[in-house]
Design a protein around this ligand. Structure first.
Ligand SMILES: Cc1cc2nc3c(=O)[nH]c(=O)nc-3n(C[C@H](O)[C@H](O)[C@H](O)COP(=O)(O)OP(=O)(O)OC[C@H]3O[C@@H](n4cnc5c(N)ncnc54)[C@H](O)[C@@H]3O)c2cc1C
Length: 549
């Protein structure tokens, strides 16, 4: 945003108050930054401080955290807040803001995330109704401190579905201004009270504001002076197995993680040597593609091809590839055949420690790091989005409680900053444990070393089979009372017997999930919506009104 834009932002917020429309939501005029061709959305009920000027909020990044934050804040504060969200992955077509698709240079994320019930139950009611549509989510196990029985079980959703729902709701229900462009840090902050920085793990905005937030420290998450970074393959398949069948297979080892929602997604942890095989080649040799930009490659004839760079995944055509047979082994293990292999991507995972998440950017303007921009975590324990949404809920609650129409003071954010520090400690400790993987004596034995040991002989097939089968049987016995119908023992034994002995040994060496070490108390965020939102009209009515408006 340039200085001029910022002035415009301020001016629009005060001048562009829309005329009263009999919307059925208290007749309160919408405040926002509607673009000329933007459908005007219904407004939210009047909240606690009717006489105060609206809080002006810029949200950088319209991923799941940025949009959750924007929708939650608007649900809490109604017309006492004016929000605009920026994201270059969108474009505007026929008056609507939509996600760019593959042909337009955007790779949508296909992965599935598990939301804990402490997190999903704190979403605005209308968001919950839309998000948890039959067939779009799966109920998971187990209950625990972050998914207590009274709030329900954890739920699996596709990131793509979360983003689609939230983007629709931001424009149709919450009247949020959406800007289909990258955010630029302005020279002056005129008129902006809050900048919520949600532009992901590689946040450019955080980088531009490092004088305010400090430089993140990688030394915390290093071994022998080297920052620990893992490479993971993301493999989409068409599998016909439900979660009940595969959970014992997933939990008994740490090489593959399978999620059945939407057909099936397998994550595979690699050694550095395996990761060095992740190369895409074009007509004239290697091309910067999957290893640099995490591109998604899909089958084309006998090879896997990136439709953006027109390059081929080398292991898929290299008869000497060491990695390719290991990938295929994982696919078969989770009930898919080579023709069910739909796509492939890769990503790197490392962590950094942040000194602060809240900073005063100028008199009257405060910046906040949220989501992956604040805490980018290893995904194996499945907490990245949960942590991001908690950070968004904490800030939204704080802003609602503290906004009095006057400049904020640093003390207003003590509690929010404390929550962010607690989240950082809890979640990064958990993720770090998953990365260094303590052995039975508590000594770190990193996942890479374990995989490497597994790939080397000697291979005693009988002993390895017995060890993995014992684990599967234990998990199966523990889960049977809580899950639906599980297959018989022979089904699991056949799966183990079908593994290549190298893959079998890797599974044994990587150990079962370290549930005890990463379990324990969780950080909770108190979220309260003002009274009127409980009286909100049903979503169907809201959407109809919006379209009519
Ligand atoms: C394989 C895998 C499995 C996972 N499983 C789980 C799980 O089970 N549970 C869980 O809780 N989490 C999980 N996670 C983590 C989760 O996906 C992330 O934590 C979450 O997507 C972060 O959301 P975000 O909105 O903070 O960032 P992002 O999703 O990265 O969104 C950032 C947004 O900012 C935009 N942006 C970038 N630059 C700019 C700019 N200059 N201006 C404006 N916008 C910008 C981008 O276009 C993007 O839309 C998993 C992650 C992976 C990779």
């Amino acid at each position: 945003m340039t200085g001029n834009d910022a002035n415009l932002f301020a001016a629009k917020t005060t001048l562009l108050r829309l005329p009263r429309r009999g919307t059925g939501f208290g007749g309160v005029p919408a405040v926002g930054h509607p673009a000329p061709d933007q459908a005007i959305a219904p407004v939210m009920p009047l909240p606690r401080h009717p006489a105060t000027a609206p809080l002006r909020v810029d949200v950088v990044g319209g991923g799941p955290v940025g949009l959750t934050f924007a929708c939650t804040l608007r649900a809490m504060m109604g017309d006492q807040v004016a929000i605009r969200v920026h994201d270059p992955r969108w474009h505007r077509r026929n008056g609507r803001v939509l996600w760019r698709e593959r042909a337009e240079g955007n790779t949508r994320r296909e992965q599935v995330v598990t939301l804990q019930s402490n997190v999903w139950s704190n979403l605005p009611e209308k968001v919950k109704r839309r998000l948890f549509t039959e067939g779009r989510f799966g109920e998971m196990w187990p209950l625990g401190p972050d998914s207590p029985a009274e709030r329900g079980r954890p739920r699996n959703l596709k990131i793509r579905w979360i983003e689609d729902c939230l983007l629709d709701m931001a424009q149709d229900v919450y009247g949020i201004e959406l800007r289909a462009e990258a955010y630029e840090v302005p020279e002056k902050w005129d008129g902006t009270h809050v900048v919520a920085i949600c532009d992901g793990a590689r946040s450019r905005t955080r980088e531009a504001l490092k004088d305010d937030f400090g430089t993140p420290d990688r030394d915390f998450y290093s071994i022998n002076g080297e920052p620990l970074e893992e490479t993971v393959l993301g493999i989409r398949v068409r599998s016909h197995l439900p979660d009940e069948f595969t959970v014992p297979l997933t939990v008994s080892q740490n090489r593959f993680l399978f999620n059945s929602l939407g057909g099936g997604f397998i994550n595979m942890r690699l050694t550095a040597e395996e990761a060095s095989e992740i190369v895409a080649i074009g007509e004239n040799g290697p091309v910067e593609c999957i290893e640099r930009y995490s591109c998604t490659l899909r089958p084309l004839g006998d090879r896997f091809v990136c439709d953006r760079h027109l390059s081929t995944f080398k292991p898929s055509i290299d008869p000497l590839s060491f990695l390719w047979p290991r990938i295929m082994d994982g696919i078969r293990f989770f009930g898919a055949s080579p023709s069910d292999f739909l796509s492939l991507t890769s990503f790197k995972l490392g962590m950094r420690q942040h000194s602060r998440f809240t900073a005063q950017l100028a008199p009257g303007t405060w910046g906040f790091l949220l989501g992956d921009a604040a805490n980018s975590l290893h995904f194996w324990p499945g907490r990245g989005l949960n942590t991001g949404v908690k950070s968004a809920q904490s800030l939204a609650t704080t802003l609602r409680e503290r906004w009095q129409g006057k400049a904020f003071r640093s003390s207003d954010f003590s509690s929010h900053e404390g929550t962010m520090q607690q989240l950082q400690y809890r979640e990064k400790s958990r993720a770090w444990t998953t990365m260094v993987m303590p052995d039975e004596n508590g000594a770190p034995r990193g996942i890479e070393d374990r995989v490497r040991d597994g790939l080397e002989g000697p291979f005693d097939r009988q002993a390895l089979t017995a060890e993995l089968w014992n684990r599967v049987r234990d998990v199966k016995a523990r889960l049977a009372p809580r899950m639906g119908h599980l297959p018989n023992d022979q089904w699991y034994l056949d799966k183990i017997n079908g593994l290549h002995v190298k893959t079998l040994k890797v599974m044994v060496e990587t150990g079962p999930w370290i549930t005890r070490e990463i379990g324990g108390d969780e950080i909770s965020v108190n979220v309260e919506f003002p009274e009127p939102s409980r009286r909100d009209l049903p979503l169907t009515h809201l959407r109809a009104t919006s379209l009519a408006g």
